[in-house]
Design a protein around this ligand. Structure first.
Ligand SMILES: Nc1ncnc2c1ncn2[C@@H]1O[C@H](COP(=O)(O)OP(=O)(O)OP(=O)(O)O)[C@@H](O)[C@H]1O
Length: 299
């Protein structure tokens, strides 16, 4: 069998909180990621995503457990240019231009040949001469992404990669990621955007309070916990500014089809429903839809 990109077993990390108590940030995490997978590491704030990513990259030493990246310890994999990361924090030099930043990092890797390619890949050509301090949050994020691509790594680990990006930039970012994955790059990204996991990851690892609570194909994670949702659009004449006609609703409960309901759709429950069921975290719920729609969940 091919060596997995990541093999982590029994990972555990605790921190001492300000009040002297112990916080278990990561609690007995086992994770194996095969080469070429796109994996979302999904969890609410404080779930343990960053701490896990730090351990996968060798930035933090686990209290217990082991991590191998392509069969070697993470630091060695990083030094060999096989893995790189886009982290939430981490400095860019404000007075450098975008291109100077890429050149400086490329030089440290001995990969000055990669400068033009990564600038193009991260869609930075138009702002190559812009100083970092004048770049927007999303542009800085793209620059970090470019820096991560400099060593042409087999594995890219991204911690909240699209934070600060607008919709179009985010879309372009993921198109690039997908193209890279199609060529065999392994991509692991931490996110608390459910939609991003749903749309871009083949596999979702759901983490809550330091523990993995679900791990599988994203569609399965979505389907296995949320039951089924039936949604349909009501006829126009029962839609009111403040909602749906309650008398009509009562009749709908008695019988659906004779009431002129069209466009009935049966779809899997959202990943969000799975997330809420598994983590009990309501902070990630989408706002209520503005278009009146009826939905009913069944088990
Ligand atoms: N250096 C530290 N000292 C003390 N506690 C820490 C430290 N780093 C992390 N923690 C705690 O460990 C837990 C997990 O944090 P972590 O940053 O890994 O979560 P996360 O899932 O990445 O969250 P977010 O989405 O907010 O980035 C949290 O309770 C956090 O407060």
């Amino acid at each position: 069998m091919n060596t997995p990109a990541i093999r982590a077993t029994g990972l555990r990390k605790t921190f001492r909180a300000g009040d002297g108590s112990t916080v278990v940030a990561v609690d007995d995490v086992d994770l194996t990621i095969a080469a070429g997978e796109i994996v979302a590491f999904l969890g609410p704030n404080g779930a343990g995503k960053t701490t896990t990513v730090d351990m996968l990259l060798g930035l933090t030493r686990p209290d217990a457990g082991t991590v191998e990246v392509y069969g070697v310890e993470p630091g060695a994999a990083v030094r060999a240019g096989r893995v790189s990361a886009v982290m939430q924090t981490g400095g860019l030099l404000p007075d450098f231009t975008v291109e100077e930043t890429v050149r400086a990092i490329a030089a440290t890797h001995g990969r000055s040949d990669r400068v033009a390619a990564v600038i193009e890949r991260a869609a930075l050509s138009e702002i190559a001469d812009r100083r970092v301090q004048a770049c927007s949050g999303g542009e800085q994020q793209r620059l970090k992404f470019a820096l991560a691509l400099v060593p042409d790594p087999d594995l890219v680990i991204l911690d909240e990669p699209t934070a600060g990006m607008d919709v179009a930039t985010r879309q372009h970012f993921w198109d690039t990621m997908r193209a890279d994955a199609a060529q065999g790059r392994t991509i692991v990204f931490a996110t608390h955007y459910l939609a991003e996991a749903d749309e871009f990851a083949e596999r979702t690892v759901l983490i809550a309070r330091g523990r993995i609570v679900a791990d599988g194909p994203t569609a399965d994670v979505r389907a296995s916990f949320g039951g089924r949702t039936v949604s349909f659009r009501p006829p126009d004449d029962v839609v009111r500014p403040d909602g749906l006609d309650p008398a009509w609703l009562a009749r709908v409960e008695q019988a659906l089809t004779p009431l002129g309901v069209t466009g009935v759709e049966v779809s899997s429950a959202s990943l969000e429903a799975a997330f809420l069921a598994l983590t009990g975290d309501a902070s990630l719920a989408d706002p209520a839809p503005t278009t009146p729609e009826l939905t009913g969940a069944t088990r």
